[in-house]
Design a protein around this ligand. Structure first.
Ligand SMILES: [Zn+2]
Ligand SMILES: [Zn+2]
Length: 290
């Protein structure tokens, strides 16, 4: 059943500033239990304006995967990942949808009676009725997309630029990554030395071997062919930190990106869209969520 959640305004803005993640995090287990794969998570937020709080629909995410976050992740234990092709971020400059939200009936019962309570009532995620979904789908058709969510560099391109040198990183970020805040942009543009140091650390830690299959390109071919991969994409708000990096062989790296596989910190497994899961066979630096 489709679900509606309230996205705190500051958290939503942070997501856009760091690179629209097309995912959502929470400490509520309902984020995993109350919505199925292929169903939609409707995210609303309240924007403070002169006349009071304006309620807006900021995103509709079609759920592609569910995972647990790393133990040190600040914004909740549970994560859902969207299928980007069937999801959208909407501009918060649109009309106040407070009255629309008041008219939703929800399942099993209506939690919102007054406009001032919308934010508070939806702190707990609520399931929507079929009629609610029909109404929301019709509304969403008329909404403008949030362009910043789409001005994001391709992760593979960004990764390649790190392999090619500092100037390539700067250029890629400047040219293709305009949706993020200028602060985030600067951070990425100056992250090259730090990133290379981290990648060096990973190679040393695993002797160049793939953490998912143990393949050792150096032993067999005499070349350093494994590469680093950001679990939460750097282009989509992920940290350039060892806790967000894995060392993988070229095959695994290609397949992770091609399938948009996601990493689960509870099982320390990659989850592929066809439900195949692969655990880390080598791990000296990631802690599982308990
Ligand atoms: Zn591998
Ligand atoms: Zn990668």
């Amino acid at each position: 059943m489709d679900l509606m959640a309230y996205w705190r305004w500051d958290n939503y803005v942070r997501d856009l500033d760091e690179g629209a993640g097309f995912n959502f995090n929470s400490n509520q287990s309902r984020l995993h239990s109350a919505i199925g794969l292929g169903e939609r998570l409707w995210l609303i937020s309240g924007k403070r304006e002169k006349m009071g709080v304006k309620y807006v629909l900021v995103a509709c995410l079609q759920i592609a995967a569910k995972t647990y976050n790393s133990p040190d992740y600040k914004y909740g234990r549970y994560r859902v990942w969207a299928d980007i092709r069937h999801s959208a971020y909407y501009s918060a400059d649109g009309p106040d949808l407070g009255n629309l939200f008041l008219n939703l009936e929800f399942q099993p019962k209506k939690p919102v009676q007054r406009k001032e309570q919308i934010g508070q009532s939806l702190q707990t995620m609520r399931n929507l009725s079929e009629q609610d979904v029909t109404l929301l789908v019709a509304w969403a058709k008329g909404l403008k997309l949030e362009s910043r969510a789409y001005q994001i560099a391709d992760e593979v391109m960004l990764e390649k630029s790190y392999e090619n040198g500092e100037n390539f990183v700067k250029e890629t970020v400047a040219e293709y990554h305009s949706g993020v805040s200028s602060q985030r942009k600067l951070l990425l543009q100056h992250s090259y030395p730090r990133n290379r140091a981290l990648v060096g650390q990973l190679h040393k830690l695993y002797n160049g071997r793939c953490q998912l299959c143990g393949f050792d390109p150096e032993l067999l071919y005499g070349v350093r062919a494994s590469s680093s991969h950001h679990i939460i994409y750097l282009s989509r708000g992920g940290n350039d930190a060892i806790e967000n990096l894995l060392l993988v062989c070229p095959n695994h790296h290609e397949i992770i990106h091609a399938t948009k596989a996601v990493f689960d910190f509870k099982s320390l497994c990659y989850i592929f869209p066809n439900t195949r899961t692969e655990p880390l066979v080598l791990n000296h630096h990631l802690n599982a969520l308990q």
